[in-house]
Structures are given as structure tokens and as C-alpha cells.
Design a protein around this ligand. Structure first.
Ligand code: MN
Ligand code: MN
Length: 390
């Protein structure tokens, strides 16, 4: 059956908000996209505090081109999709069991978070030191720029993961592929390089593989190759094994080069916010923030100075960005746990908490600015909460 002729399923049950806030606004008379409007209630009816002409800071992987192959798929969110994120690009990739993201390297460093399933990853460094590991849900890996590597789905239904690159211009379609290089080198040169007859290369692929289907590999121990010894710092990290920072509203796990030394250019936090809770008002003194939403529903207002503030809604599979130094909060507006990743192009995680700043500043000075009572200032928690409860 030709699946292209099947009628597309459409969700009709959405009840989109009308752009009415008190006395302001009016109903929409013209064409509507009810699904998208229902996804973005704080865009249709923005908080009255929003103002100005700020760039877009939300993209959904659902709007990214899917590159389909026999071994799985990939889709990306780069500066071309989300122009407010020049420092970081993301790729969402799926590999079936046995499916291989072929041996390759690239100019950007690659950081990854395993969303579901398991994969075998391999790499070697410039001194021939080797790395092989099997990674599962919540595990990370990091391959520095130029380091050759591979990823293969193993067991059950394979895996799906998020890749983060320390360059917003990165493209998963422009990596250096083993098969691509071999196909573009004269066979007599291949023969001379490897010291074998030309006939050895009679059956190499004529074009690149990118993602292809192979046999599911055997046990990891059988795939270990000593090479010139192991890499000095492991290239994988068990993020979920870290004891989280717990607060009244949720948990935060912070992974930067202090706990994952190989990850020299990417720092991250995995944040869980319970319903009604909020990632507290803060900003980052070192770099842009790039977010990936794993589950739940959120809204974020970004404050950009000069009267500018804009609110965005997020759900699973969405990407958010916060340009350097801009103030923001992230509120769980759903009835399930909100889980998302904050990712930074930096060797270290850093944030400045609005509460801590006010709590640790002479109270008379703060009161002179805001006309709030000392009793309010006295209640401000000076140990950073990161996530506040409802
Ligand atoms: Mn890669
Ligand atoms: Mn932040």
C-alpha cells in the first residue's frame, strides 16, 4: 500500500486561546492554526509585561527536516533554524539496533545525552589511545573537535539521543565521513597508503553511508581494542548517577568539566521542576544558554534590557535559547514533572540568582530601589534554590 495516499490524521480537539487580555485584544476572525495556537498560549495572550521586538527563542524538532535512512534518522536545530543561538547547534538522532552513525569526525566538539535505549560508542585520539563504551539512558559522551568516532544502536529497539555541538553553524550533513573520503581518493592511492593491492578496495561504497544498517555487535569486551592504551579521560559520563541538588521545587544535576573532565567546551544541567514550581529568576555570567525539553510543559520569559521581554512556551522535543546574560525563569505550567537540559558552550556551569543577589546586597540599598518591606527581604533565601516550589 502506498502510505502517501493515506489521509493525514488531524487533531481537531484543540481549543485555542483567543487573543484577549482583559479589555485588550479581540477574537481572531481570519484563518487559524488551532494546534499551533494551543501550543503557544503565552504567544497568543502574552503577559502584559512582555514588550519590544525580540528575536525568536523557540524551535521545535517537529519542524526540522528529517533525514531518513535504513538504519535510523537524524534532524537538526542549528543557527539556520534558530538564529538566536549562534554558539550551539543540536541534532536529534535515532539508530535502530545495529544501525551505525558511520565513522566520522567534524570541526565542532560533540556532546551527547542518551534519551532512550543503548548505544556502543568508539573513538581514538591523536596519539592512538582508544575508547569504547556502551551508554544508556541519561548517559553523556564528549568527542573533542576533530576526534574520529562512531555510534551504533545495540539491543532491543536501538536508541535515540541528543547531540550538542559547540558551533551554531554546525551541520550533521557536512561531517567528514570515512566512506566519503575513501570514495573520493584514487584507488591506487588507497593501495599505496595501506600497502595492499588495489583490488582490496573493489567493493568500497561509491557514496557516503552516513547512517546505515549493520549487524548488532557482540559484547563490549570483544570490541575493546587496546591501541596505544586508553584515552587519559573517559569520554562518557553517567549523569543520572550524580546526586542531584534538591530543593522545594525539584532537582538539578550539573555536569561540567569539574565532574566530567573530558567535556572541555560544554557544560550542562539536567533540571526537573515539579508542577507549579519554577527554575528561579537568574542569568548566566559566562555564555548563551541552549535548552532541550524532554517532558512536561513550560513557559519562559526572557528579559533583554531596554524594556524588552518576551515569553515562550515549550513542550517535549522543543529547543529554547537564551542569549548571553539575559535574565530568565522557567515555570512548569503543566501537571507532570518538567524535565529539560540547559547546555552552555563553556568548561564550567555558572549562574547568578536574583534572590541571592538581593539577599546579599545591603537591604537599605535594595529597599531604596524597590520600595519593598524589610520583612520581604528578610524572607529571601540566600543559599541559591535553583528551583523554587509552588
Ligand atoms: Mn559526530
Ligand atoms: Mn538559565
Amino acid at each position: 500500500m502506498n502510505t502517501k495516499t493515506q489521509p493525514k490524521q488531524r487533531v481537531q480537539s484543540f481549543n485555542p486561546p483567543e487573543p484577549i487580555r482583559g479589555k485588550d485584544g479581540a477574537s481572531i476572525l481570519g484563518p487559524r492554526n488551532p494546534c499551533r495556537e494551543a501550543e503557544n498560549p503565552d504567544t497568543i495572550v502574552s503577559p502584559a509585561t512582555d514588550h519590544g521586538s525580540m528575536g525568536n527563542m523557540r524551535w521545535s524538532f517537529a519542524d526540522s527536516h528529517m533525514h531518513l535512512t535504513p538504519g535510523g534518522w537524524g534532524r537538526q536545530t542549528t543557527v539556520r533554524e534558530l538564529p538566536t543561538s549562534p554558539e550551539i547547534a543540536g541534532v536529534n538522532m535515532r539508530l535502530k539496533a545495529g544501525g551505525v552513525r558511520e565513522l566520522h569526525w567534524h570541526k565542532a566538539a560533540e556532546w551527547a545525552f542518551m534519551i532512550k535505549g543503548r548505544a556502543r560508542i568508539t573513538a581514538i585520539d591523536q596519539d592512538g589511545r582508544t575508547f569504547q563504551d556502551d551508554v544508556g539512558e541519561g548517559d553523556l559522551w564528549y568527542f573533542a573537535a576533530g576526534i574520529p568516532h562512531s555510534i551504533q544502536g545495540i539491543e532491543g529497539d536501538g536508541c535515540e539521543f541528543l547531540l550538542v555541538f559547540d558551533d551554531g553553524n554546525f551541520s550533521e550533513e557536512e561531517t567528514f565521513l570515512l566512506s566519503d573520503w575513501m570514495a573520493h581518493t584514487p584507488k591506487e592511492v588507497l593501495a599505496k597508503n595501506f600497502g595492499v593491492p588495489e583490488s582490496a578496495f573493489a567493493r568500497i561504497p561509491e557514496k557516503d553511508l552516513w547512517i546505515f544498517q549493520a549487524e548488532v555487535p557482540g559484547p563490549l569486551a570483544a570490541d575493546r581494542i587496546a591501541g596505544a592504551g586508553p584515552v587519559p579521560n573517559t569520554l562518557s559520563h553517567r549523569m543520572m548517577a550524580q546526586e542531584p541538588i534538591r530543593s522545594s521545587g525539584g532537582t538539578v544535576r550539573i555536569t561540567d568539566s569539574s565532574v566530567f573532565p573530558a567535556s572541555k567546551t560544554i557544560a550542562a544541567a539536567l533540571v526537573e521542576v515539579e508542577p507549579g514550581g519554577m527554575r528561579e529568576m537568574h542569568w548566566h555570567p559566562n555564555t548563551d544558554e541552549w535548552q532541550y525539553y524532554i517532558s512536561g510543559e513550560a513557559r519562559m520569559t526572557v528579559f533583554a534590557s531596554q524594556n524588552n521581554a518576551r515569553t515562550f512556551n515549550f513542550q517535549a522535543g522543543d529547543v529554547g535559547s537564551v542569549p548571553f546574560a539575559m535574565g530568565h525563569y522557567i515555570e512548569n505550567i503543566g501537571d507532570t514533572t518538567l524535565r529539560f537540559l540547559e547546555v552552555f558552550r563553556s568548561d564550567h556551569y555558572a549562574d547568578v540568582s536574583l534572590s541571592q543577589w538581593l539577599g546579599f546586597t545591603p537591604h537599605e540599598l535594595v529597599r531604596a530601589h524597590l520600595n519593598i518591606d524589610e520583612s520581604v527581604l528578610a524572607k529571601i533565601s540566600t543559599p541559591k534554590k535553583l528551583v523554587v516550589g509552588p
